[in-house]
Design a protein around this ligand. Structure first.
Ligand code: NPG
Length: 374
């Protein structure tokens, strides 16, 4: 494929309800969409970064900037461009994995559309539908949380994840367990605790959680290993796992028994697949996380969630859990499952009118002709 340019588009979509985590409250999702234009096809990717660098160091304006100045130009000289050549070409630039992932995903989408192959087939999906969980933000009170959880269970979600932070942990978990009984239940701390909180976190053990996600700082693998030895609740890592090597290290250290895979966090779907494989080889179950994606990112995540090692329901919720109007045809929950797209590439494209209505900025980054050695 010959790349002629890349469009970087910022969109803003109001969330159906505010989403509060230990690092802030989102009411509007600002996301970056990447559209690569080649001589053979176009492809789409979504950058998982948010407005502010609160989940990780990345944020939308920085992602747009690094794509424009460094990442897109670095693809200009790549002969025979395909998705496998993107990460090596971008490797000299440190970090910025979510920006890199968006670009690699868009190239992979274009490549697969040319070949008529779906994302799921390319990644090795073995399921046509995937079981779905839902992530429930911190609410103003326990009755409000119980109402929210009841609504999601009524909608058919098969697993509930509760966001926790110091001061909002044991009591909300206890309340949900007591009210809803034997549901699949897990908690996510987004790095909100410290090693000294081990004794407190052990109070979660009686509630038979599937897992406790990322209690400590992302660079504290040893701390997670020490905590894992003190809890019966399995530790799952999210923010810490930025590569297949990080996954191998975490497993070797005993820092986790489960891994959340987010393709953006790890630099793309190809690295995500490698993490899946490392974990599978060690008997470590994985599941697909979420970053409040629009339909573009969600479509690709569903393909990942259909891999054989994804043994737990993911944060792959239906479009209406987040958005009244998604930018693609909405993904709908049926019996707690979403269908994995089967069309070429990610299998969806944005609806032009809806896309225009939510767009706040667009930048076209041309790749000059003559920059293709082959
Ligand atoms: O369903 O897409 C979703 C959201 C799942 O809880 C979720 N994401 O830390 O995993 C997370 C969290 C998150 C939300 C992270 C917003 C960053 C921003």
């Amino acid at each position: 494929m010959k790349l002629s340019g890349v469009e970087i588009r910022t969109v803003e979509l109001p969330l159906v309800s505010p989403f509060r985590t230990s690092f802030g409250t989102e009411t509007v999702r600002e996301a970056l969409l990447v559209r690569v234009v080649t001589d053979e096809a176009e492809g789409w990717g979504e950058c998982g970064a948010g407005t502010a660098p609160l989940y990780s160091s990345e944020y939308t304006h920085a992602a747009a900037d690094v794509l424009t100045r460094f990442l897109v130009p670095a693809l200009a000289g790549v002969p025979g461009l395909d998705a496998h050549r993107v990460a090596p070409a971008l490797a000299p630039f440190k970090g910025h994995r979510m920006a890199k992932a968006a670009l690699e995903t868009a190239v992979l989408d274009a490549d697969l559309r040319v070949r008529g192959v779906s994302f799921g087939h390319a990644l090795g999906a073995v399921r046509e539908t995937v079981p779905c969980g839902v992530s429930v933000g911190i609410t103003e009170s326990i009755p409000a949380l119980l109402d929210a959880v009841a609504g999601y269970l009524d909608a058919g979600y098969l697993r509930i994840k509760l966001k926790i932070e110091p001061g909002w942990d044991v009591e909300p978990v206890r309340a949900v367990r007591e009210r809803f009984g034997d549901i699949l239940l897990q908690a996510d701390a987004n790095t909100a605790y410290r090693r000294a909180d081990a004794r407190h976190l052990a109070h979660l053990d009686p509630f038979d959680l599937l897992l406790l996600e990322q209690p400590l700082a992302e660079d504290d693998l040893i701390g997670h290993a020490e905590l894992a030895a003190r809890l019966t609740t399995p530790i799952c890592l999210d923010e810490s796992i930025v590569s297949a090597r990080a996954a191998a290290d975490a497993i070797a250290l005993g820092a986790c028994r489960v891994v959340n895979i987010k393709p953006g966090r790890v630099g793309g779907y190809l690295e995500a697949r490698r993490i899946h494989d490392v974990c599978a080889a060690h008997g470590v179950p994985v599941w697909c996380g979420g970053m409040l994606e629009t339909g573009v990112g969600r479509a690709a995540n569903l393909a990942l969630a259909a891999l054989p090692g994804c043994l737990l329901p993911g944060d792959t919720s239906a479009s209406d859990r987040y958005y009244r109007t998604d930018i693609t045809a909405p993904f709908r929950l049926v019996d707690g499952h979403l269908a994995v797209p089967t069309g070429p590439g990610i299998g969806v494209t944005p609806i032009p009118d809806v896309l225009e209505a939510v767009t706040t900025a667009t930048k076209w980054v041309p790749v000059p002709a003559g920059c293709h050695p082959s």
